[in-house]
Design a protein around this ligand. Sequence first.
Ligand SMILES: Cc1cc2nc3c(=O)[nH]c(=O)nc-3n(C[C@H](O)[C@H](O)[C@H](O)COP(=O)(O)OP(=O)(O)OC[C@H]3O[C@@H](n4cnc5c(N)ncnc54)[C@H](O)[C@@H]3O)c2cc1C
Length: 386
Amino acid sequence: MTDFLSTGTLPEDYRDLALTVRDFARQVVAPVAAEHDANHTFPYEVVAGMADMGLFGLPFPEEYGGMGGDYFALCLALEELGKVDQSVAITLEAGVSLGAMPVYRFGDDKQKQEWLPQLTSGRSLAAFGLTEPDAGSDAGGTTTKAVLDDGTWIINGRKQFITNSGTDITKLVTVTAVTGTTGGKKEISTILVPTDTPGFVAEPAYNKVGWNASDTHPLTLTDVRVPAENLLGERGRGYANFLRILDEGRIAIAALSVGAAQGCVDESVRYAKERLAFGQAIGRNQAIAFKIARMETRAHAARTAYYDAAALMLAGKPFKKQASIAKLVASEAAMDNARDATQIFGGNGFMNEYAVARHYRDSKILEIGEGTTEVQLMLIGRELGL
Ligand SMILES: Cc1cc2nc3c(=O)[nH]c(=O)nc-3n(C[C@H](O)[C@H](O)[C@H](O)COP(=O)(O)OP(=O)(O)OC[C@H]3O[C@@H](n4cnc5c(N)ncnc54)[C@H](O)[C@@H]3O)c2cc1C
């Protein structure tokens, strides 16, 4: 572990990991990405491959079946996967950073023993149930309720847009719910809900603009009964705990976004050298070369932003502002680069089987999920005392 990370001087173990995941992304993920995107199918065989490599256990200690790495290692893996397939990258990001991490950070020994080995091995997935139809950016507006009755939580409510919540290997969703009031204020807690609990339903998957191979569902919870000990963390601290998870998650989303931004650069460089127009490669035109140079600049600047936020986090220093900055610039870099890459590819850029067309559809959500661009600006402003 290091508190100084720079793009040119990665320690060997980090570099080896990035190169291993890069190979996997090229050899296993890329060949099936267009097909899963077109058919809107969850890539079970790719997820199994990531599980075999230990990617779901990257930032967790070995005693829970993890790889004993850290959050930056996860980010490097997400960057490599994000270059070729954002759906696969978000499946890993949500599985680790939103699914398993709340159990690791806030679970008691029994909860960790029960859930972490299956989550860190990638045999099972957990999902993060925060957003509701009337509570998105303002997630504290949750109306899902949990009432404690004779040692049992009875949960009723709806969740919206929940990643990894309906796959064949999804075994757990952690939900926020109002569990009472304290001093006239809503008390929000987090509760572990195994997906085979009667009354829990993952409704049919959404028909999305992008991230078509990622699994996203609305959830309904009708008189869902789970034992009192399924409370995750302290009663009334659920919202605060989830916000902490989202702070970290923004670094991970930034890394994924940098991957997307860089993937667009790599594809564009290759295409600009090969594609001929007016008797020469299109990259010989300065208009194209400048466009790609700007794309590379965006990707590099965004990478340094997420490295910086990760280094602060690993060093145990405050990183909230830097995480929001990284998420903001990286998601914009991905979207801007996807638009420019599509232009460089001309008509081919509008054909779904091309990776840049997929990045064009996939990148928009990066500016929305885990806190919209406006929410990042709000958080950065707050950190500045505004
Ligand atoms: C594919 C996908 C996967 C997702 N996965 C998950 C998941 O696993 N778990 C989960 O809990 N959630 C998940 N989400 C939800 C996601 O985090 C929310 O969609 C996001 O936080 C925005 O909330 P919202 O959609 O309700 O938009 P709203 O909050 O309704 O916002 C609408 C618009 O208003 C703007 N806005 C709102 N308030 C302000 C303000 N005060 N000032 C300025 N502008 C403002 C927003 O920035 C946005 O542009 C996912 C969403 C998608 C699409």
